[in-house]
Design a protein around this ligand. Structure first.
Ligand SMILES: Cc1cc2nc3c(=O)[nH]c(=O)nc-3n(C[C@H](O)[C@H](O)[C@H](O)COP(=O)(O)O)c2cc1C
Length: 324
């Protein structure tokens, strides 16, 4: 597609899962801007089943809001039986449109126990896990994966095939290995090889940060859609920007007024949910992302981080000199 042609079907533009970030409030804001699907923050299969004292925390992780679009629950773990039981319990909640299996998280505390991207070292196990999930739910089951463990252990083709053969409905492929974490450039050529290797839909992920880069990712990989992670931080408008590019239309970035209003609305909704004190704390990083790149942001950031009320934050955001 050259950006001028109109797509004949909706191309998925998905909010990639981000632990500590993609909660229901942020997701709903992304949906307003044209995001077509999202996942919850990751939930431990074993933890969800076996830690009733933690249920409040899990309740927050799996909370959804009216007005959200298609939301999948993302589950991590390492044993097929725990996945099956957790997926069955999560399905019964009736909150989700699907289940996404985390085979991509690189964090030591996750891979150390054999979860997340460590699963990709064992494609047969990946297949068993997908099978257990598919058998435990009527909802579609998707897989979020990387290219492999490191450059000597690229297993994405085997994992993708195992997932497909065991009933996965789609894959999201982040074009990095586990050992790269988030460094270097995502390898879109490899994502394209995965796309060629299976017949289920493949969503490309890694380094999409504009309308042009989304079009380029689709061109290079031949993927069915894109998933956007870091470029959505403080910038839910990325979804409007990508959709405009897909339609061959111009995109106008939001005014600073709109940026502030959106940041404050997110904060107020967080406050309604978790109380003002916690909302101000949890929103610090978001405020910092919303103003990133603007003149005066670096000076304002420490003051926002000391603020204790939403009124204080609002005054500070409105004091930024760079309001273009
Ligand atoms: C802070 C942070 C948290 C993340 N948490 C998850 C997660 O819980 N599950 C997951 O599958 N991927 C997670 N990811 C990976 C993203 O979904 C995505 O694959 C990665 O950021 C690459 O896409 P991007 O270049 O668009 O950011 C996380 C990434 C970041 C930056």
């Amino acid at each position: 597609m050259n950006g001028k042609e109109k797509p004949d079907k909706e191309i998925p533009v998905i909010l990639a899962p981000m632990a500590g970030i993609t909660d229901c409030v942020f997701r709903r804001i992304c949906f307003e801007q044209g995001c077509t699907g999202a996942t919850t923050e990751m939930i431990s299969a074993q933890g969800y089943l076996s830690a009733p004292r933690m249920l409040k925390a899990y309740g927050d992780l799996i909370k959804t809001l009216p007005g959200e679009g298609t939301v999948y629950a993302q589950v991590f773990g390492r044993e097929a039986k725990w996945f099956g039981m957790a997926v069955s319990a999560i399905t019964e909640l009736g909150l989700f449109d699907g289940i996404d299996i985390n085979m991509g998280c690189p964090a030591h505390k996750v891979t150390g126990g054999g979860n997340g991207s460590a699963l990709m070292r064992n494609p047969a196990l990946c297949g068993e896990i997908v099978k257990a999930c598919v058998e435990a739910t009527k909802l579609p089951v998707t897989v979020k994966m990387r290219l492999g463990w490191d450059e000597n252990e690229i297993t994405c083709l085997d994992v993708a095939r195992a997932a497909e053969q065991n009933g996965a409905a789609a894959l999201t492929v982040h074009g990095r290995t586990r050992s790269q974490f988030y460094a270097g450039k995502a390898d879109w050529e490899w994502i394209g090889r995965v796309k060629q290797h299976v017949s289920i839909p493949v969503i490309g992920n890694g380094d999409v940060d504009s309308g042009e880069s989304a079009l380029e990712m689709l061109r290079v990989t031949g993927c069915d859609g894109v998933a956007v992670g870091r470029a959505a931080l403080g910038n839910p408008w990325i979804f409007a920007q990508i959709n405009a590019a897909l339609r061959g239309e111009m995109y106008t970035r939001p005014s600073y007024e709109e940026v502030i209003e959106t940041a404050l609305r997110q904060a107020r909704e967080m406050a309604d949910w978790k109380g003002e004190k916690r909302a101000v704390l949890e929103m610090r990083k978001h405020f910092s992302w919303y103003i990133a790149g603007r003149r005066g942001a670096a000076k304002l950031r420490p003051r926002i981080n000391q603020a204790e009320t939403l009124n204080e934050v609002e005054g500070l955001l409105r004091s930024l000199e760079d309001r273009a």
